[in-house]
Design a protein around this ligand. Structure first.
Ligand code: NAD
Ligand code: UGA
Length: 462
């Protein structure tokens, strides 16, 4: 039975996932390690509101397990040495250089982990791929481990993570399924069973699925591609709805009642964001192309093409509705995170809409309940569209929605935070310039009520 687990990478996945394993398995020592000292300090902070990841319920899980059998450290070598099972949960971003630039997954962090494990390990280890990886990465990891190691045995498992941000703890407590891929050899099957036994401490064994390594690796990319495709599909329909008088909410409901389609993931929006959908689909497209499967690659690439179009068209609609100019006008952004209940802004649609509006010389006023000024400026600067000074001049960040909306020409809802629905909209209307426009990029506000107050309301797909 496994008694000592190490996880390399204390990010959005490594942190919450290991916190839940530790909470549910008090008999297993779990050490999460990272090179980033600030991140580890934040995980160890006595004030649980300062954990580096905001997730509802995470603070309680950390409070229970930390110091008991959950530890956060930068001593990577020691944790590798002591562990019987090592999860690799480091980032696998899109490559920004060389062959595959802008498409392929950058596996340098994965390779560094493999080399470090090989160097340190003096006893047999089970190495678990928790990061999302291109299919067949396990063979590269195995190659490195077997060729640079100290003669000990390594088993490689694939155990992709399916949690969604904002609901990470719920998802980890009751996953639709846990997927574990491993070698078909007896040693491989034994390693699979050891990981099954860890999850079986709280997950119904019927929901733990075991496969070969390649199916497991590819299932993760496939799941994200299918999910993102649903969003792009309904977003494509939203544009057609706007032209024809159909209402995308009604269309979603009508098709979602078909049990073969199902109701989830059919919310039209300003476009999907998040660290993974785009990167994983680009990676899938790259893999397909590398096997010469051009039709497969083109098919999935359209999901990204549609998403880029949806973000751009939202910004264009704001400009055209505001009499074809937003130059010098104040546009209030409600929300910056890529979805509600997270402080994560990676690839958030808000960043791209802001960038387009800044190109039109708008003044943007942002309020997000969980995202602060430095992150917002960082996100814009990262695009390299204009200088840091220009971004600072063009975007003001507020800690209160009412102030952000004061004297604005228009409001754009970019994230579906629940609190936006509870605002005193009459008060906001009174403080705005007239006509007062609202562009609801999430279809969360009550358009009819807002129109009664006097707003000009435009949702997506209506
Ligand atoms: P992240 O950037 O939040 O965290 C990764 C961490 O790994 C960073 O803190 C980084 O410092 C650390 N790291 C990198 N190289 C290291 C090394 N050699 N040694 C020690 N630490 C190292 O990333 P994330 O969002 O947690 O994603 C991790 C993986 O999980 C990715 O492959 C991603 O695709 C996948 N995934 C993410 C989510 C999600 O919701 N964010 C969900 C499912 C799967
Ligand atoms: C997604 C998947 O849902 C997870 O299963 C997966 O583990 C994860 O990616 C990953 O691999 O990183 P996440 O990106 O955290 O999780 O959040 P989602 O709930 O999937 O939302 C992604 C984006 O799609 C958000 O911007 C969201 O607002 C948007 N979305 C989602 C819509 O616009 N409409 C919908 O109906 C659903």
């Amino acid at each position: 039975m496994i008694k000592n687990i190490c996880c390399i990478g204390a990010g959005y996945v490594g942190g919450p996932t290991m916190a839940v394993i530790a909470q549910k398995c008090p008999h297993i020592k779990v050490t999460v390690v990272d090179l980033n000292q600030d991140r580890i300090n934040a995980w160890n902070h006595s004030d649980l509101s300062l954990l580096p990841v905001y997730e509802p319920g995470l603070d309680a899980v950390v409070a229970e397990a930390r110091g008991r059998n959950l530890f956060f450290s930068t001593d990577v070598d020691k944790a590798i040495d002591e562990a019987e099972m090592i999860f690799i949960s480091v980032n696998t971003p899109t490559k920004t250089y060389g062959v595959g630039k802008g498409m392929a997954a950058d596996l340098k962090y994965i390779e560094l982990c493999a080399r470090q494990i090989a160097r340190i390990a003096k006893t047999d280890k089970i190495v678990v791929e928790k990061s999302t990886l291109p299919v067949r990465t396990a063979s590269a990891i195995k190659d490195i481990l077997d060729n640079t190691g100290n003669g000990v045995n390594f088993q490689i498992l694939s155990n992709p993570e399916f949690l969604a941000e904002g609901t990470a703890i719920e998802d980890l407590f009751a996953p639709d399924r846990v997927l574990i891929g491993g070698d078909t050899t007896p040693e491989g099957q034994k390693a699979i069973q050891q990981l099954v036994d860890v999850y079986a401490n709280w997950v119904n064994p019927a929901n733990i699925l075991t496969t070969n390594v390649w199916s497991s690796e590819l299932s993760k990319l496939t799941a994200n591609a299918f999910l993102a495709q649903r969003v792009s599909s309904i977003n494509a329909m939203s544009e057609l709805c706007e032209k024809t008088g159909a209402n995308v909410n009604e269309v979603s409901k009508a098709i979602g009642l078909d049990s073969r389609i199902g109701p989830k993931f059919l919310k039209a929006s300003v476009g999907f964001g998040g660290s993974c959908f785009q990167k994983d689909i680009l990676n899938l497209v790259y893999i397909a192309k590398s096997y010469g499967l051009n039709e497969v690659a083109d098919y999935w690439e359209q999901v990204i093409v549609m998403n880029d179009h949806q973000k751009r068209r939202f910004a264009k609609k704001i400009v055209s509705t505001l009499y074809n100019t937003v130059s010098g006008k104040k546009i209030a952004f409600l929300g910056w995170a890529f979805k509600k209940d997270t402080n994560d802004t990676r690839e958030s649609a808000a960043i791209y809409v802001a960038d387009d509006l800044l190109n039109e010389q708008a003044n943007i006023a942002v309020f997000d309940p969980k995202v602060g000024e430095s992150q917002i400026q960082f996100d814009l600067n990262y695009l390299n569209t204009r200088t840091e000074e220009e971004n600072k001049k063009g975007v003001q960040v507020f800690d209160n929605a009412y102030n952000a909306c004061n004297n604005a020409h228009a409001i754009a809802v970019l994230t579906e935070w629940d609190e936006f629905k509870t605002y005193d909209w009459q008060k906001i209307y009174d403080s705005m310039l007239k006509p007062a426009f609202i562009f609801d990029g999430r279809n969360i506000l009550n358009g009819e009520e807002l129109e009664k107050i006097g707003f000009v309301y435009q949702g997506i797909g209506k």
